[in-house]
Design a protein around this ligand. Sequence first.
Ligand SMILES: Cc1ncc(COP(=O)(O)O)c(C=O)c1O
Length: 455
Amino acid sequence: MGDGTRDRTSSRRDCIRTIAAAGGAAALASCTPGTEGALGASDDQTPADMEARHFPEGYPPYPSAEATETAFSEHVSPGNVGVMQAFGTELHFGQREGARVQDAFTGKWYWDCHRNGTRHRNPDIIAAVKEALHQLEIGNLLLVSGYKAKAAEKLIASTDGALTGVTYTASGAESTEVAIRATRGMTRRTKLVSVEASYHGHTCFALAAGDSADNHERYLLDFDDFVFVPYDDVDAMAAAVDDQTAAVLIESSPAQAGFPVPDPGYFRAVMDTCRKHGAKLIIDEVQTGLGATGKFWFWQHHGIVPDIVTTAKGLGGGILANAAVLLAPEIKEWFFDTAIPHSSTFGGNELGCVATARVCDLTMAPSFLEHVNALAEQFAEGLRGGPYQVNQHGLCMGILAEEMGKMEMTARLFEAGIFTVPAWYTDGGVEFRPILTLTENEADEIIGIFRDTVG
Ligand SMILES: Cc1ncc(COP(=O)(O)O)c(C=O)c1O
């Protein structure tokens, strides 16, 4: 671990040396025996070689945090820079391995508790993708592809065959878009009921279905027939869903609300309400899917079978983009009954599907879910009795300390070496999503830092 002193004047050469010292290239090479020359470079190249060959500006491409933020502000998004400053989490990913990420300029390592995939730079996924790179790239969106079919078979197996169709997309937002479009088309209805504090992505239907008045106003997405009810409120749901309702869309547990834990009968009651009115049930598993809650899918804890499940984030193993919509037989039959139900250049790209197939294999191994459940128990034990509330679904946790407040907690944790973000719709909550492959010692270290920092 670094000492955390921020030195914005570190040169990029220093940074490359840091990466080299951390064994970056060796780590890269060690997971891919026998692929020398496949990518036009040998696998034992150093980061400096990589710099010379592929990225003349170097890794990272700007010499300091300030230069990076200035360029990013100018050309990408000044808003993001402001948000990270407000959170007190100005982290510039440099080297990243397993459960930790290193700031590219200070050299300080952080435990990543705002994970995307299972872990960082999963060697299994890297090896699968590097092997595939001998032959594959993105493919062609119109062509029939065995790689897409094979990954789809594995996704269907993860549902024990309850959902039988897969439509690929390139993001969680695009998955939401497809899910809403399919239910509108099939039911010939336009009303959508979703839950407060939920987020489904930044495309039009997805933003309209997410709880963000600012975005609705900014982009004219305040649709009359997109209705919000409180999460875990069976009566409110029953009152909102009617014979005009195309679908109920639920973020399985809204992250921005601090991952609340619903009543055990909630999802069953919502499914019954949907069935009664002929509305479809869409579960957004972008955060909770792929083993994060101790089963492959969150809904498998709740004795229901949704009509549609959306998934993204870790589906490409944290290495490549890929996302998907899983469809139950009835809606699959309707949605697939047209020449091109959905089309997406990057959705279902062949390299992404290789990664997805490997993600499914790794997640379905019983030892993997056992490990997630053991870690979940370790966090439950380790965090017990503190001056905060822990909402927990396996390794998707919301930790709420109202007295300290969400911004203060986020900033203090960051200072102490844990990267996470505020749970936006809580007064005092952070989203706490550690890496799924932590060792017992690593989990202990994170718990120790958390307790020293928050109580
Ligand atoms: C629950 C949920 N749904 C959808 C999305 C959108 O996914 P993407 O950023 O891939 O569009 C996110 C992203 O954070 C999410 O957390």
